[in-house]
Structure formats: structure tokens, C-alpha cells
Design a protein around this ligand. Structure first.
Ligand code: BJW
Ligand code: ZN
Length: 242
């Protein structure tokens, strides 16, 4: 198969760059069978985000929120990284200065072997105590509702950044550093609707990076980027890295 000129150019840029940053969203895991948030089959079709993914929702009905996370954990536990996740591990090994920023909480990037990454919206396999704030890994299937902290007996919550909550300052700092210094920013499978990640493309562009997008559909980023390639992440990302 002959690669398109856009793919060829991006492939060459990636091969030459010494600093590459990648931003991923739910679209990369869609190819592993994990549902996205928005769109026809997205999670928000049946659930209102503010009823499940906000601190107010958890305060109002922690049982409902935990039931939803138990369902998601059960689904994600059956999924595996796909060739797009694996290709990014390969890229991490070949690029001198590499950073992966993922909005995904499914843990498929670390499962594939990614190490230089920030999970800026948290991880569905981690829990945080609402009292003492201790963060622990928890793979219970299903998790006991309502789960309690083993240190202080406080109520545990998912270690996930909900709407209206701040991102971890260290994750943000690492992300901004990576966006400012990268020669290439590759944005994969995100609708570009949720801030602050929605501002990452413009930040890298303002700082002189070559910005590329891989997505099934056009997004708000498509007009800003140097190259927008439409298709499945699992097919395109391995082509870009090979
Ligand atoms: C494929 C594909 C395939 C499919 N191959 N592609 C500035 C302006 C306006 C609002 C705000 C602002 N700053 C903050 C806000 C408020 C809010 C926000 O952004 N709201 C917007 C909706 C307007 N942001 C926040 O609250 C953030 N906090 C914050 O900024 O704190 C400071 C602050 C607070 C309040 C006010 C002001 C400042 C926190 C955001 C946390 C988001 N958390 C979630 C958690 C969900 C719960 C959970 O997972 O358990 O993270 S929301 C949800 O969206 C999830 C995702 O990580 C995130 C992004 O979604 P993503 O990944 O883009 O997925 P989709 O489904 O949207 O798109 C999938 C894409 O893939 C599509 O484009 C498809 O085409 C594509 N695709 N298959 C390639 N095979
Ligand atoms: Zn505690």
C-alpha cells in the first residue's frame, strides 16, 4: 500500500525529530473495544456526565457513581492494547526526548509498556481516599460498594479527574514542558472538546512544533494542525512509526 503524502511527511518528521510529544484520547482505545465518550456510541449517549463524572454527583450518590465505575472496570479489564498503543512504545524507545500525555484512564498505555507518560485524567485502577487523600492501586472486581480506606476508613473514590476538578499540577507542568519543547506533536483520537487538553495543540503550535492529528473524523484541532489524517489509530499509528 502506498502511503499518502501526508503520512509520508509526518513519518519523515517523526523519524528526524529528537523531541516528540503525543496526546491521546479515547479514540486510540476505541480500537481495543473501549467505548469513547462522545459520538453515536459514546458513553455520554446513555449517561449525563454531570450525574456521574463530577464531585457533586459523587457527593450526591456515591453508590451510583461506584456502580458505573464497576461496570467500566469490568469492561476495560477484558480489553488489550492495540497496535497503536504498541507503536507508541516503539516511538518512545527511538526518540531521545519523548513524552506521552494521555487523557485515557483505562491504563492501556502503561499495559502496552509506555513509561514516559502522564495520565492527566487519572487511572481507573487507582482509588483515592476522600479523607486522607492516599492513592492506591485497586484491581478488585467488582470493588466493594462503598469501598473504605484501609488506613483511615474514609470513603474511597476513583482516582480520576472529574469535571470542575483541577488536574494534578505536576502532570500539568510536565505536559506544558513537553508541549513547549517538542518538534512534533501528534494528537491521536481526541475530540478536542475538554480543557485543558483542548489547548495543548495550540500551545505546541505557538511554540513552533509541527502538529499532526490522527482521527476518524475532523475535530476543532483539524484547522490548526499541519497535517490531519483520517482513519483508525490502529492502522495509521503503526504506519507512522515503522
Ligand atoms: C477515533 C477512533 C479510532 C473514535 N481511531 N480516532 C475552558 C473553557 C471551557 C470549559 C472549561 C475550560 N477549562 C475547564 C473547563 C471545564 C471542563 C471542560 O473542558 N468542559 C468542556 C466539556 C467544555 N474541564 C474541566 O473541568 C477540567 N478541569 C479543569 O480545567 O480544572 C480547572 C477548571 C475547573 C472549572 C472551570 C474552569 C477551570 C477537568 C476535565 C476532566 C475530564 N474528565 C473526563 C472524565 C470522565 C470520567 C471517566 O473517564 O471516568 O475525561 S471527561 C472525558 O472527556 C474523559 C476524557 O479523557 C475526556 C476527553 O475525551 P476524548 O478522549 O477526547 O474522547 P471523545 O469521546 O470526546 O472523542 C473521541 C475521539 O476519538 C473522537 O474525535 C473520534 O472521532 C475519535 N475516534 N474512534 C482514531 N478508531
Ligand atoms: Zn484514608
Amino acid at each position: 500500500m502506498n502511503a499518502s503524502p501526508a503520512i509520508q511527511e509526518l513519518k519523515a518528521r517523526l523519524a528526524q525529530a529528537t523531541a516528540v510529544t503525543v496526546l491521546t484520547g479515547a479514540g486510540i482505545s476505541a480500537d481495543s473495544g473501549v467505548p469513547t465518550f462522545r459520538g453515536a456510541d459514546g458513553l455520554w449517549k446513555d449517561h449525563r456526565p454531570e450525574e456521574l463524572a463530577s464531585p457533586e454527583a459523587f457527593a450526591r450518590n456515591p453508590t451510583l457513581v461506584w456502580e458505573w465505575y464497576n461496570w467500566r472496570r469490568g469492561l476495560i479489564a477484558t480489553k488489550q492494547p492495540n497496535p497503536a498503543h504498541t507503536a507508541l512504545v516503539e516511538l518512545e524507545h527511538t526518540v531521545n526526548d519523548f513524552w506521552l500525555i494521555t487523557q485515557n484512564v483505562d491504563g492501556l498505555h502503561p499495559l502496552a509498556g509506555s513509561q514516559r507518560l502522564s495520565e492527566i485524567h487519572g487511572n481507573i485502577w487507582k482509588v483515592r481516599c476522600t479523607q486522607c487523600e492516599r492513592i492506591t492501586v485497586n484491581r478488585d472486581m467488582p470493588i466493594a460498594i462503598l469501598p473504605e480506606c484501609s488506613t483511615c476508613a474514609g470513603l474511597l473514590r476513583p482516582h480520576i479527574v472529574w469535571f470542575g476538578e483541577s488536574l494534578d499540577p505536576e502532570d500539568l507542568q510536565k505536559s506544558f514542558d513537553a508541549l513547549r519543547k517538542c518538534e512534533v506533536l501528534l494528537i491521536i483520537g481526541t475530540s478536542g472538546m475538554v480543557y485543558p487538553a483542548a489547548s495543548f495543540g495550540p500551545i505546541a503550535k505557538e511554540n513552533g512544533a509541527f502538529v499532526a492529528e490522527v482521527n476518524l473524523d475532523p475535530t476543532p484541532n483539524s484547522d490548526l494542525v499541519d497535517v490531519a489524517i483520517q482513519g483508525h489509530a490502529k492502522d495509521l499509528v503503526p504506519q507512522l512509526v515503522s
